[in-house]
Design a protein around this ligand. Sequence first.
Ligand SMILES: *[C@@H]1O[C@H](CO)[C@@H](O)[C@H](O)[C@H]1NC(C)=O
Ligand SMILES: *[C@@H]1O[C@H](CO)[C@@H](O)[C@H](O)[C@H]1NC(C)=O
Ligand SMILES: *[C@@H]1O[C@H](CO)[C@@H](O)[C@H](O)[C@H]1NC(C)=O
Ligand SMILES: *[C@@H]1O[C@H](CO)[C@@H](O)[C@H](O)[C@H]1NC(C)=O
Ligand SMILES: *[C@@H]1O[C@H](CO)[C@@H](O)[C@H](O)[C@H]1NC(C)=O
Ligand SMILES: *[C@@H]1O[C@H](CO)[C@@H](O)[C@H](O)[C@H]1NC(C)=O
Ligand SMILES: *[C@@H]1O[C@H](CO)[C@@H](O)[C@H](O)[C@H]1NC(C)=O
Ligand SMILES: *[C@@H]1O[C@H](CO)[C@@H](O)[C@H](O)[C@H]1NC(C)=O
Ligand SMILES: *[C@@H]1O[C@H](CO)[C@@H](O)[C@H](O)[C@H]1NC(C)=O
Ligand SMILES: *[C@@H]1O[C@H](CO)[C@@H](O)[C@H](O)[C@H]1NC(C)=O
Ligand SMILES: [Cu+2]
Length: 570
Amino acid sequence: MGLEKFALVMFLGYISLPVLCEVNRYVYSIEKANYTRLCRTKSILTVNGQFPGPTLYAHHGDTVVVRVLNRADQNITLHWHGVKQPRNPWSDGPAYITQCPIKPGAEFTYKLVFSNEEGTVWWHAHSDWARATVHGAIVIYPKPGSSFPFFRPDEHLPVILGEWWKRDVNDVLTEMLQTGGAPNVSDAFTINGQPGDLYPCSKGGKIMSLIVIAVENGKRYLLHVVNAALNEELFFSIAGHPVTVVGVDGTYTKPFPTDYIMITPGQTMDLLLEANQCSSTAYYMAARAYSSSAAVPFDNTTATAVLEYAGSDSGSSRASPLFPGTLPAYNNTGAVANFTAGLRSLANADHPSDFPLTIDSHVVITVSINELPCPRDTCEGPNGTRIAASLNNISFVTPQVDILTAYYRRIGGVFATGFPSRPPLLFNFTADDLPSELLLPRKGTEVRLIEYNTSVEVVFQGTNLVAGLNHPMHLHGYSFYVVGWGFGNYDREKDTPLYNLVDPPMMNTFGVPRNGWAAVRFRALNPGVWFMHCHLERHMTWGMDAVFIVKNGESPEAQMLPPPPDMPPC
Ligand SMILES: *[C@@H]1O[C@H](CO)[C@@H](O)[C@H](O)[C@H]1NC(C)=O
Ligand SMILES: *[C@@H]1O[C@H](CO)[C@@H](O)[C@H](O)[C@H]1NC(C)=O
Ligand SMILES: *[C@@H]1O[C@H](CO)[C@@H](O)[C@H](O)[C@H]1NC(C)=O
Ligand SMILES: *[C@@H]1O[C@H](CO)[C@@H](O)[C@H](O)[C@H]1NC(C)=O
Ligand SMILES: *[C@@H]1O[C@H](CO)[C@@H](O)[C@H](O)[C@H]1NC(C)=O
Ligand SMILES: *[C@@H]1O[C@H](CO)[C@@H](O)[C@H](O)[C@H]1NC(C)=O
Ligand SMILES: *[C@@H]1O[C@H](CO)[C@@H](O)[C@H](O)[C@H]1NC(C)=O
Ligand SMILES: *[C@@H]1O[C@H](CO)[C@@H](O)[C@H](O)[C@H]1NC(C)=O
Ligand SMILES: *[C@@H]1O[C@H](CO)[C@@H](O)[C@H](O)[C@H]1NC(C)=O
Ligand SMILES: *[C@@H]1O[C@H](CO)[C@@H](O)[C@H](O)[C@H]1NC(C)=O
Ligand SMILES: [Cu+2]
C-alpha cells in the first residue's frame, strides 16, 4: 500500500447562487438569449466556495490528509463515501455515529486511507441535510505504473448529479420535522451544479444554468458519475452516445454497454464515452427521476447539460441539441431491473472476487416506512400521523454523543446491542393491504455486534407498509457483494440457489427493489463502528438506519486504531 501523503484544506462557507427564476424558457443558443430580469439569489453552504465542491484526485492505496475548517455558522461533518477506512472509523464522518460535529469556527483533520478503491467514490456532508450542497467527487487512478483494466481514457470528466430547492434546504428539513409529513420535492436536478435549459433561469442577463462540455471527435472520456441528490434515484443518458459502464462504487466492473444508467443517491459509476459522433451537432445529456411508487410524490423535472464537439458551428444560429431518446420513463422499473442485472464484477486474476461462500451470520432486515401517532392526528403524514421509517421495525434514534466514542471508552447509556438478526414479526411483507397494527415502529438506538472475520450475509426485505418503494441501502466501512435480488418476499430455500456466486458486483449502496429484496455478503475484516442506512435523506432522517459494530480481532493488525487527538468534543 502506498504511503504517499498530501494535505488538502477544505473550508466550509457560504456562497450566493441564483434561485431558479420564473422567466420564459430560453433556448440553447446562448448568444441569442437576453434576459434582463435578475434572479433572486440564495446562500448555500459549500466547500472552498465551489458548487459542487472540489474533486479530489488520488491513486489506489494513497493516504490523503484533509484539514476541514468550519467557517459556517452550523455544525458540520464530512463523510468519504466508499472509502473503507481500514481500522480507522474515526475519520468516517457520520454525525453522532463516529464523531461529534465540527462546530462553527472549529476544525478537524480527516485521514483518508484508500485501500482497494478504484475509479470513483465521493465525499459529502453527513450532518443534517447539508450534503445537498456540500459534496464532490473523488477520482482514484490506478497505482502509478499500473493500468486501467480497459483502454486508457484520454480525459476524465466528473459528472455530479444533484438536487436543488429554491428554498434553503434547512427550511425543507425543518418544515418536514415540524409537520411530520413528507418533505417538499425539489425544484430541479442539476448536472455539475447547473439545472440546464429546460428550467428558466438567468443571472444578470446571462444564462448561467447550462453546462456545456467540450469534446473532441476520436477521444475517449471516462465519466465519473456521482448521484449526490438527496431524495431521488435518477436515470441518466446521453443522446447519440451509448456508454460502457466500467466501474461502480469504487470497483471496476465487467464492461457493460448500455444506452442509459439508473443511479441511486450514494452510488457512483465510471462510464466510458467514445466521442465518435457527428462533429457538427451537439448532444444533450439528461437526468430525471426514477420513481418506484405511484403513491410517493417526486420531482418530475429534467436536468440537462450539453456535449459539444470541438469544431461545431458555434454561431448564434446553432440548432437545439439532440435529446436522448433512450432516457427511460420515470416509472420504468423494467429498465431499472435490466440495468442492474448488467452490473458484474471483473472476477479475474487481477481483480479477484473474494466473497464468502459459507455464511457464519445470516441477517434478515425489513426496510419499512412507518407511522407514529401524532397528538390529535394533526401531523401531515397519512391519516394525520407522523411519518417514520425503520429497519427490523426499529426506528433509529440518533444519540447525543457519538456511538464510536461511547463504544471505545465504554460509556454506558448511549446505545443498546439488541439489533435483531430477524424481523420481529413475519407477515406477507409485500402484500397490497397490511393491517394497521403493523405500522407503528419501536424507537431505539440499537447496534448489531459482529465478531471479527465473520462472514455475513444480509438480506434486505422491502415491505409495503405505508408505501413500498426502492431503497438504496448503504453500508459504511465496507463494500459488499450483491449476490442476489428479486421481487416479492425473500425465500431462502428458493432464492439462494439462484444467487450469482460467479461475478456478483461489489458495491456500497444498492437499490433494494420496491416490494422486493436484495442479498449482500461481506467478510467482517474492518473493525469499527459502521453506519448502515437508506441513502434517501428523508428516510435516513425518519430512522431507516442501524449500526454494525465489528469487534477487534486478536492480532494488532486486526484492531481499531486509537482516536486522533483532535476529535471534536460534543
Ligand atoms: C438586451 O435587452 C435590452 C432591453 O431589451 C437591450 O437594451 C440590450 O441592448 C439587449 N442586449 C443585447 C446584448 O442584445
Ligand atoms: C413547501 O411547499 C408548500 C406548498 O407548495 C409551500 O407552501 C411551502 O412554503 C414549501 N416549504 C418549503 C420549505 O419550501
Ligand atoms: C411529468 O411532467 C410531464 C411534462 O410536464 C407531464 O406530462 C407528466 O404528466 C408528469 N408526470 C407525472 C407523473 O407527474
Ligand atoms: C407509467 O406511467 C404512465 C403514465 O404516466 C402509464 O401509462 C404507464 O402504464 C406506466 N408504466 C408502468 C410500467 O407503470
Ligand atoms: C429488458 O430486457 C429484456 C431482454 O433484453 C427486453 O426484452 C425488455 O424489453 C427490456 N425491458 C425494458 C423495460 O427495457
Ligand atoms: C387511514 O385510515 C383508514 C381508516 O382507518 C385506513 O383504512 C387506511 O388504511 C389508513 N391509511 C394509511 C395510509 O394508514
Ligand atoms: C403476498 O402478497 C402478494 C401481493 O398481494 C401476493 O401476490 C402474494 O401471493 C402474497 N403471498 C402470500 C404468501 O400470501
Ligand atoms: C413493531 O413494534 C411495535 C411496537 O412493539 C408493534 O406494535 C408493531 O406491531 C411492530 N411491527 C412490526 C411490523 O414488527
Ligand atoms: C478468517 O477466517 C478464515 C476461516 O474462516 C481464515 O481462513 C482466514 O485466514 C481468516 N482471516 C483473517 C484475516 O483472520
Ligand atoms: C452542534 O453540535 C454540538 C455538539 O454535539 C451540540 O451540542 C449542538 O446542539 C449542535 N448545534 C446544533 C444547532 O445542532
Ligand atoms: Cu429508503
